[in-house]
Design a protein. Sequence first.
Length: 159
Amino acid sequence: MTGQRGSRPRRRGPARGGHTNGRPPRKRRPGDDVERERPSVAERLDTVDRLLSGSVTDAGGLWSRATAWILRIALEQSVDELWLRTAPALARCPMRAQLIALRTFAGVEAAAQVAALWAALSRAAHHHDYELAPSVTDLRRWREQTVAIAAALASVERR
């Protein structure tokens, strides 16, 4: 039994009480069973416009990264909407797998544009001590690209 601590074998499976993380399950709250409608891509882009114009003052110094996150979510939502129309099972796949499948459904060029924008937004949204936050110029360019890609994906027909 070298390398083991103690004499008992390590337990596997649920912790005591049957809970996988050792804590009791979260208590249900009123409204948990109500399906909330998520904002549309257009509503997300309106929020981005408000952040870029400076009319949202509560975001403080986080507004640029928040804008990048919202743009990325809008892009992912556009891709999700494509899958709901064409291949619903793909909506449950990881985003990288969706980007590969996108070549078949939307074309190589559109898939490359989505992948490049998604990577740029992912990089910009995550904080790194050694990098500056995304500039307003970058955010506006990414917003325009998101609008163009969302329109292109919306026009893809079912195969």
